[in-house]
Write a protein that binds this ligand. Structure first.
Ligand code: GL7
Ligand code: PLP
Length: 830
């Protein structure tokens, strides 16, 4: 390193603009070098996939160089760092995003064309890194991009699953799950750090020992697994800073079970060693509810323990006094999944660093902050005490101790209100005693936040009211955001160029508030013309994809109406499908002469259902059954098409979102904590048809209710409507479409019966009561679409108002108000 010669180091940093050159000849040589020596193919003969691999390795070299510089710089400046702990990261592809953030996309495209390849074609060779389920996981990825771009000294920590989110395959309209063994052909972006490994302990016993008059708890584990680091570089845009997403994989430890070898059971010992790798092998594909499964708990602790060991090692490299720990470390808990980190930090500080309980607790309370992504209590993790006690006996003791002290303190503050005490307790008594992970996280964190204004209010007034009343100062709101780098610059290059042209600058890519500058041109006929052209090009791209996937030819003049997201009852894809059946029914019953008034639509639905979520799977089947009927009805032709896009993931989203005219966000009010898909559609000039839920409420504030189509019950109306239950009348149109399904109009009538029952019996998600209002909003959308100028103006205003929903804004807010970290920018322009 640079030692004590600060001036020399300063000079080094100023001089260095990287060892690798980015001119076309250097890039060509680098790519060919990797073809020959990394991919091990002849440089005179290699195919697209091999070219992609070599290209990726040459980009990786540049990323590594920058990430070394960044880390050395951080080390020298020693700023407070933020560690973002998340069990899920939905990164998607890395190639295009990396070269764009590095600012060398055009140079690479040029170099490749000299070699006879096309950048776009090679980019299509890359598979998705899908180490997460949906919105929560994609949010982590967007936030990493913003942390890098805004020069924050940040690290991401997670798990390197060998099987990412399952691939969705549709057979006869039914969802089937196939494993996503995404590492099959290697992963050119990651670097295995064979020297960055930590032992992670499980099971065993805890014994109290008396050491020189002091009591100490000694945990003797029954199993030890080694965690190995895999580093993934995250380049910032317009900066040389490149931060790291460190993912842990399990490997057998030498300490694993020497006993078994010694007793001579060699084969079983080897087989059992292999089990260590299972910890990080598969991502849990359910984004609805947690399951008290041992493997899941093991995954949580495994990644938490390795991360905390790594963080403490980095701190100790330069610091000896733990009093400084909170000045150097902020730990962000992304949902409750990593909240065992609290017990782990306490264990390390008390048992290994011997700081004493009070001092350790004081430190822990200064470093943790906690984001809640759930809306309802049932979504919160509760870990059975028996399970926790057997897997992590010392942690259970620590959690009991935290709870004991918390409850004692609480009694002093609120008296002996036993109902409230039992609601707030970290330990839930009951037939199965459980640990409430959210309560643990709230008790220890200095800041707790929701992910939209309405969600943050709900946390204060409903879900965690007791805690809010105790500690109002802890509760904050951090409305989610998405990165405009991936969601405009990478995925919609034509729109990107158009925006830059009209704003006269590319500065909005780092300073997204500049997008508001588009407002003054929203009615400009020239901009509108160019805007429509861009949309058309993107629709063409999407139409080709649809035809390739489903064989359905769609008209570019039709409104492309999209609902893509995980399939959930609360997201109400069923409402969408019932609306489509209604539309079909209306067209069929219309005089032929009237049909020219119908606004043609291509309805696009996509999303995965959790493998065990029967109702969600039926919704997918219903969508296919209805599509089959409509798409083969020549009488309806281009007036209505319905397509299901299989295997919705980040790459598919990058294709679908820019090509959408309208996008639907139909959650029953009060159920979507935020929603982030809507923000991506908004940025891409797509109009929203939505309920006033989650972040939509803020989108309305930003773009005005005139520029989108709102419908449905509001959050505070929902409880009353539910109480009225079946007493409220099902609207006739809704009853009619349900009848069509029940009568077997789309086949499979027995199979769909339970779907219809759900709506007609208790209608928890209020499809019936929102149906008319939904149809009205749809009619308003048709009317607006029939007026291209008006529609285009609304579209421009949507993009212009999307700046507030950039993850740059979210991350700056976390950094300033929650983490207390400051930018630490490598002294160069990138
Ligand atoms: C979620 C919320 O459901 C979603 O509304 C939110 O946008 C997202 C990111 O904050 O978090 N919570 C959750 O468990 N998943 C989500 O997508 C899977
Ligand atoms: N899945 C993928 C692949 C996404 O890109 C997104 C976008 O945010 C989501 C899920 C979340 O969508 P929504 O917020 O609409 O649920």
């Amino acid at each position: 390193t640079f030692g004590s010669d600060g001036a020399k180091a300063e000079r080094m940093f100023a001089l260095m603009d990287g060892f690798l050159k980015n001119d076309s000849i250097s890039l060509q040589k680098d790519i060919l070098h990797h073809v020959e020596y990394t991919v091990a193919r002849s440089r005179f003969s290699f195919d697209d996939f091999e070219a992609y691999q070599a290209l990726a390795h040459s980009v990786r070299d540049r990323l590594i160089e920058r990430s070394h510089d960044t880390q050395l710089y951080f080390k020298r400046k020693d700023p407070k760092r933020v560690y973002f702990l998340s069990l899920e990261f939905l990164m998607g592809r890395s190639l295009s995003n990396s070269v764009i953030n590095l600012g060398i996309r055009d140079q690479y495209a040029d170099a490749l064309s000299q070699l006879g390849f096309e950048f776009e074609v090679l980019a299509e060779q890359e598979g998705d890194a899908a180490l997460g389920n949906g919105g929560l996981a994609r949010l982590s990825a967007c936030q990493m991009d913003s942390m890098a771009t805004l020069d924050y000294p940040a690290w991401g920590y997670g798990l390197r699953y060998e099987y990412g989110l399952f691939r969705q395959v549709i057979l006869d309209g039914f969802q089937h799950e196939q494993p996503d063994f995404w590492l099959n052909f290697g992963n050119p972006w990651e670097t295995e750090r064979v020297h960055v490994t930590y032992p992670v302990k499980f099971y065993g016993v805890v014994e109290e020992e008396n050491l020189n008059g002091e009591k100490r708890n000694i945990w003797t584990p029954g199993e030890v697994v080694e965690a190995v680091a895999y580093d993934n570089p995250i380049p910032g845009y317009g900066t040389r800073n490149t931060i790291t997403l460190r993912l842990w994989a399990g490997k057998p430890s030498d300490q694993h079970d020497m006993e078994a070898y010694n007793t001579g059971d060699y084969i079983n010992a080897v087989v059992s060693r292999q089990k260590a790798e299972n910890i990080s092998s598969v991502l849990y594909p359910d984004d609805r509810s947690f399951q008290g499964k041992e493997l899941r708990l093991k995954q949580q602790y495994f990644f938490v323990s390795a991360s905390i060991q790594d963080i403490i090692r980095r701190f100790k490299d330069g610091h000896t006094n733990f009093d400084e720990f909170p000045e150097k470390v902020a730990l962000q808990l992304n949902d409750t999944h990593p909240s065992l980190a609290i017990a782990e930090v306490m264990r390390v500080l008390v048992d290994e660093e011997n700081l004493g309980w009070n001092k350790a607790w004081d430190i822990a309370c200064k470093i943790f902050s906690f984001t809640i992504h759930a809306v309802i209590a049932e979504g919160l993790e509760k870990i059975p005490v028996d399970l926790l006690g057997s897997l992590l006996p010392r942690h259970l003791q620590i959690i009991y101790d935290i709870n004991f002290k918390f409850v004692e303190e609480l009694k002093k503050r609120i008296g002996l209100d036993y109902n409230r005490l039992s609601r707030m307790s970290i330990v839930e008594e009951g037939s199965t005693k459980t640990i409430r992970m959210a309560n643990l996280a709230i008790v220890c964190s200095h800041t707790v936040n929701g992910v939209s204004n309405v969600h943050s209010e709900l946390l204060k007034t409903k879900l965690f009211k007791d805690f809010y009343e105790l500690w109002p100062e802890k509760f904050q709101c951090k409305t989610n955001g998405v990165t405009q780098r991936r969601w405009i610059v990478v995925s919609n290059p034509s729109l990107c160029a158009l925006i830059s042209k009209w704003l006269g600058t590319e500065a909005w890519i780092r300073d997204v508030d500049l997008l508001t500058g588009l407002r003054e041109y929203a009615a400009d006929a020239d901009l509108q013309q160019e805007w429509m052209m861009v949309k058309k090009v993107n629709k063409m791209r999407l139409a080709e994809y649809i035809e390739a996937m489903s064989g359905v030819k769609v008209s570019l003049d039709a409104m492309f109406d999209v609902q893509t997201k995980r399939i959930h009852e609360y997201k109400r894809q069923l409402l969408n499908i019932l609306g489509i059946i209604h539309r079909y029914d209306c067209i069929k019953n219309m005089e032929k002469s009237q049909r020219n008034k119908v606004v043609p639509r291509v309805c696009i639905i996509g999303g995965k259902a959790a493998p065990g979520y029967e109702i969600a799977k039926k919704i997918i089947k219903l969508c296919h059954a209805v599509a089959e009927k409509i798409n083969n009805d020549d009488d309806v032709g281009d007036l209505l098409k319905l397509v299901f896009i299989p295997d919705y993931n980040v790459s598919v989203a990058e294709l679908v979102i820019p090509g959408a005219d309208l996008s639907q966000h139909l959650s029953t009010a009060g159920h979507e904590a935020s929603g982030t898909g809507s923000m991506k559609f908004l940025m891409n000039g797509c109009l929203l048809l939505a309920t006033e839920d989650g972040s939509t409420v803020e989108i309305v504030e930003e773009i005005g209710a005139d520029n989108l189509f709102l419908f449905g019950a509001k959050i505070d109306e929902v409880p009353k409507l539910r109480e009225e239950g079946s007493a409220h009348k099902m609207p006739l149109q809704c009853a009619r479409v349900l009848r069509m399904v029940r009568d077997g109009h789309f086949g499979f009538k027995d199979y769909f019966e339970s779907l219809c029952d759900k709506v007609e019996d208790n209608d928890f998600y209020l499809l019936g009561s929102d149906f008319e209002s939904y149809l009205e909003a749809q009619a308003a959308a048709d009317k607006a679409f029939a007026d291209p100028q008006k529609w285009t103006q609304m579209s421009i205003l949507s993009t212009a108002g999307s700046g507030r929903f950039s993850s740059d804004r979210t991350i700056r807010d976390y950094a300033e108000k929650t983490w207390g970290v400051e930018p630490c920018r490598f002294p160069s322009d990138g």
